[in-house]
Design a protein around this ligand. Structure first.
Ligand code: GAL
Length: 374
């Protein structure tokens, strides 16, 4: 690992991180790994936080959580959203570097396009943490925090199988043999996570496809066919409309969708294509965004995967804080995330399948949403 520039004196003894008790998406949970004891904290050092887009609630929640938690620890935060535009993100990061950021937290739009700007960060010994999405093709990414993305895909496929009745609520096979007609969607090909989700899902579904329990009427079972550039709902809607044309009268029983935004587009296409809202196929998702949880409660979307952005923010913040104090951040995976130049030491969090049966416990009782929001 390269030697990091550590500016600023070691925090004075006795400085206690402000550990707010507030909860919810904007709230500050206790820093990761903390038992409430004194934390070193920052001394006004600038941390640049680059987020991809405000078009999706989850990234707004991520940005808010990271900013709040860093500020509570005494850091100054430069939070920027790039409207899913790659040159904008590159210039935002350049600006962060030139205005004195001492650490960067980056959720990339396209994981392969930051090589040059991150060389500038590397040359200035500014540590870089990849947030949620791996940054590829550069030495200059020091740590990565995310959810176990392969496992997210497994969970999406598992919930599809549960919704179809192939698996029971304990994940045991019911003996149901179908055949069930399903169509498959994947995420953005420039997002490293998308292949992890897809591989986790396909490893889970393939045995059932081989046995004929699941059939894909369009025949489109390759990642390249299923991928939706930049995760755009409208693109997913257009592909679903096209699939309905391709498969004609065949009735769909399920749709593997890797993200709530895509599920919204898919549902629109299905309802305009003649499916009643109370007779939609089993549709999965990811992120537990408000509109999609409402859709689950209304019986339209079947499931989503909840990834607690509060915890992800805590990990990123804990990594920055450790680096700013010359310490090694905690990691729990040093094998899975090869970015083409190196294996990036990672901290992976666990995600949770959410359906109508457990949304209250997982999303409301945990304080992530209030009942009123849903
Ligand atoms: C992925 C992320 C998902 C989802 C998707 C679209 O990188 O891991 O949770 O948010 O982007 O934004």
């Amino acid at each position: 690992m390269k030697k990091h520039r550590i500016l600023g004196a070691v925090a004075a003894a006795g400085v206690i991180a402000l550990v707010a008790t507030g909860c919810g998406r904007g709230g500050t949970a206790e820093p990761a790994g903390s038992d409430g004891a004194a934390e070193p904290g920052g001394q006004g050092q600038i941390v640049g936080v680059a987020m991809p887009t405000q078009q999706s609630e989850r990234w707004i929640a991520d940005g808010d959580n990271v900013k709040q938690q860093l500020e509570d620890m005494g850091y100054t935060v430069d939070l920027q959203y790039a409207n899913d535009d790659i040159p904008t993100q590159v210039s935002q990061i350049e600006n962060m570097i030139s205005s004195g950021a001492e650490a960067l937290i980056i959720a990339s739009i396209d994981g392969t396009t930051l090589t040059d700007v991150l060389q500038q960060a590397g040359d200035a010994d500014i540590p870089v943490i990849a947030y949620d999405r791996l940054i590829n093709g550069t030495e200059n990414v020091d740590y990565y925090t995310t959810f176990d993305n392969y496992q997210v895909g497994v969970q999406q496929a598992t919930s599809l199988l549960t919704g179809l009745g192939v698996l029971d609520e304990n994940g045991e096979e019911t003996g149901e043999t179908g055949p069930f007609n399903v169509e498959l969607f994947a995420g953005s090909p420039d997002d490293n996570n998308a292949t992890f989700f897809w591989n986790g899902a396909m490893d889970t579904l393939q045995p059932y496809m081989d046995e004929g329990v699941l059939e894909v009427p369009s025949g489109q079972t390759e990642f390249e066919q299923a991928a939706i550039l930049r995760w755009l709902p409208a693109t997913a809607q257009a592909r679903m409309e096209n699939l309905l044309t391709v498969i004609g009268d065949t009735q769909l029983d399920g749709v593997l969708s890797p993200y709530d935004g895509l599920s919204i587009g898919i549902i629109s296409a299905l309802t305009s294509g003649g499916y009643a809202t109370d007779a939609l196929p089993v549709i999965t998702g990811q992120d537990a965004e408000v509109g999609s949880v409402q859709s689950i409660i209304a019986g339209e979307q079947y499931s989503t995967i909840f990834k607690d952005t509060r915890l992800l923010a805590e990990q990123a913040v804990a990594m920055v804080d450790a680096l700013m104090h010359g310490e090694e951040p905690e990691v729990n995976d040093t094998e899975s995330y090869d970015n083409g130049n190196k294996i990036v030491p990672s901290y992976l969090l666990e995600s949770t399948i959410v359906t109508i049966d457990n949304y209250e416990e997982v999303l409301v009782e945990s304080g992530y949403y209030t009942e009123d929001e849903l």
